[in-house]
Design a protein around this ligand. Structure first.
Ligand SMILES: Nc1ncnc2c1ncn2[C@@H]1O[C@H](COP(=O)(O)OP(=O)(O)OP(=O)(O)O)[C@@H](O)[C@H]1O
Length: 296
């Protein structure tokens, strides 16, 4: 079973909208289809809906849909106690037979047929369920039954404000949990965290914070302490736009500052290495760092 967030953090407008929608729908028994990339918080959001619903004293039960056959699925569905919330994780992975079983179950629950538990169903998918429905891989009737309220969780890279907030919260929470002193982040390290694409979304950020709490308690995290993919990703991302002159031109001073910051990032904060990358002497680089008031 996935671990779900005890408390969901986030204040970016896109995340707040999704959380508000979750709170609105929690007061009803409507099915919700939660979409989003891996690790974006789908299971946590489902749990949040359960915890703020009238079923909060009941069970929150998660069924992983990948690889489950229709018999196992039927057994799981029928064994769910009344008053529970049932979370169908990666619902697009159900076989055609299992889809038919789920549909029959949902219809029977809604019609309150005897022998069927009173459950509320939430489902998640990282796939484009509409496309699968249109190509005939996912049943249309089941799609519309699950898709009553769609709730889309944006990838972490699209909510920059949340990255910093989550970094702080996870560091504090995990330091407390592990009985360690929370590490802090140098300006360059924090910039790397902000610029990274976070393909594993919140899960990846949480794991990263946990690693830093365990390995660097009380220290100031520097770029050199960070995974290579984070340093490389940031270097390529910043490079992409900066070296092709846009039609409207550039601010040369700003560009110089940016390039110096990139060199400092790439060299993990090592000024001599950064100077070499820029073809400058260390002294010239130090002068320019001062000129641009860059914090290293
Ligand atoms: N907004 C958030 N605040 C705090 N923790 C979060 C938040 N979103 C996700 N998490 C944490 O990130 C991890 C991944 O979240 P979750 O399992 O809910 O994602 P998911 O989208 O269901 O993942 P998958 O697609 O892989 O099943 C969990 O440890 C969860 O506690």
């Amino acid at each position: 079973m996935n671990s779900v967030a005890e408390k969901m953090y986030g204040s970016s407008p896109v995340f707040s909208r999704a959380l508000n929608a979750a709170r609105m729908v929690a007061g009803t028994d409507a099915p919700v289809l939660i979409t989003g990339e891996p690790g974006s918080g789908k299971a946590s959001m489902a749990h949040e809906i359960h915890a703020t619903s009238r079923r909060s004293n009941g069970e929150f039960r998660m069924i992983g849909c990948a690889g489950i056959d229709e018999r196992q699925l039927e057994a799981e569905l029928m064994a769910t106690p009344s008053g529970s919330t049932l979370y169908m994780d990666e619902v697009a992975d159900l076989s055609a037979e299992a889809q038919a079983k789920l549909l029959h179950f949902l219809e029977s629950v809604e019609a309150r047929h005897t022998g069927y538990p009173d459950v509320r169903v939430l489902a998640s998918t990282g796939a484009d369920l509409l496309a699968l429905q249109m190509s005939g891989e996912f049943r249309e009737d089941l799609y519309y039954r699950l898709h009553v309220v769609p709730l889309a969780l944006p990838p972490l890279r699209e909510r920059a404000d949340d990255i910093v907030l989550l970094l702080k919260q996870f560091t504090t929470d995990l330091a407390r949990r592990h009985g360690r002193k929370a590490p802090r982040y140098s300006v360059t390290a924090r910039n790397l965290v902000k610029q990274y694409r976070w393909p594993g979304n919140v899960r990846e950020l949480r794991n990263f914070c946990e690693r830093m709490v365990i390995l660097l308690p009380g220290a100031i995290v520097q770029p050199d302490d960070m995974p290579l993919e984070m340093r490389r990703d940031s270097a390529t991302a910043t490079n992409r736009g900066l070296f092709s002159l846009p039609e409207e031109g550039v601010d040369l001073f700003e560009l110089e500052g940016d390039i110096i910051r990139q060199a400092i990032c790439m060299s993990g904060g090592n000024r001599s290495k950064a100077a070499r990358l820029l073809g400058l002497t260390r002294d010239t680089l130090l002068y320019r760092i001062q000129k641009h008031a860059i914090e290293v």
